[in-house]
Design a protein around this ligand. Structure first.
Ligand code: AMP
Length: 273
């Protein structure tokens, strides 16, 4: 590859398309740091535990291409399923992820993270990036990818980037496109719950504030809370409130709004890298 012989650094932003400002902020970070920036768009079938979610995932390639052209992205990589899975969809990595695969997203979306590492393994081999830019919104995914790449791609640095939000606080997400205007209002409860906890945080009695925030999800027919938890931001271990480390706490939430699954995350004290 010519770029390699010229000693240029390559930044990579893997996405599933239906691009929004969250994705574009990752591209901007890559452009600031690297000589060449590559974005991939691939709706990866093996990371969907719900076939309906896969079928309904928004696909907007023409619009995505225009956004990337406007942002002067150097390369767009849009592989086919056959290219990424030459031996069929059944052939997946089985990478040990420990607790990361057992809690929160790992518990609720069985097999999801093995699908994620399987596609990233193929993408990293194809692209050979120096830096990979990923969103903190998918907090557990960043920890998974850091764990996996430390072992299999030690020369690649994973950079986690802050969450882009709409002005009312809703975390930007491709799945937001599927929300009706009313459902979008309901979806605001996710970020509101996180900011409520962060703002009212009581060192002495954190579980009380979390329980209060959970009440926002009661008695509303179109929203079902899956989890709202505070965990150690390095390991996702449950925090023991007696000894919990003050700087390593993250709030994580997942809920269905009109059957569309949304997640959000907020670091309690300070931003990570
Ligand atoms: P996706 O297309 O949903 O697979 O996301 C591709 C990348 O964009 C992942 O690293 C996500 O964490 C990141 N991303 C998604 N939403 C946001 C957001 N609101 N702000 C920043 N990054 C995001």
């Amino acid at each position: 590859m010519q770029v390699r012989s010229q000693n240029k650094t390559v930044g990579f932003v893997p996405t599933m398309g239906a691009l929004h400002e969250g994705h574009l902020s990752l591209l901007e970070r890559s452009q600031e740091k690297c000589d060449i920036s590559i974005v991939s768009i691939f709706v990866n079938p093996t990371q969907f535990n719900d076939p309906n979610d896969f079928l309904k995932y928004p696909k907007l390639l023409e619009q995505d291409i225009e956004l990337l052209e406007n942002k002067k992205c150097d390369v767009l990589f849009c592989p086919s399923v056959e290219e990424m899975y030459p031996n069929g969809l059944e052939e997946r990595l089985n990478f040990p992820l420990g607790l990361l695969e057992e809690v929160l997203e790992g518990e609720k979306r069985k097999g999801h993270y093995q699908g994620v590492v399987t596609i990233l393994d193929a993408l990293f081999k194809a692209i050979q990036p120096d830096f990979v830019f990923m969103g903190q919104k998918d907090f557990q995914q960043v920890l998974v990818v850091k764990t996996f790449s430390k072992e299999l791609f030690p020369n690649i640095q994973i950079i986690s980037c802050p969450t882009e939000r709409d002005s009312d606080g809703l975390a930007k997400s491709s799945r937001n496109l599927r929300l009706s205007a009313e459902a979008r209002q309901t979806a605001l409860r996710l970020s509101q719950a996180l900011f409520y906890i962060k703002n009212k945080f009581d060192q002495q009695n954190p579980s009380k504030i979390i329980e209060e925030a959970k009440k926002m999800f009661l008695e509303h027919p179109n929203v079902q809370l899956e989890y709202l938890e505070m965990r150690d931001s390095n390991t996702l271990e449950a925090l023991s409130y007696e000894t919990w480390p003050k700087n390593n706490a993250v709030l994580l939430i997942a809920a269905f709004v009109d059957s569309i699954r949304l997640i959000d995350v907020l670091l309690l004290f300070e931003e990570l890298d």
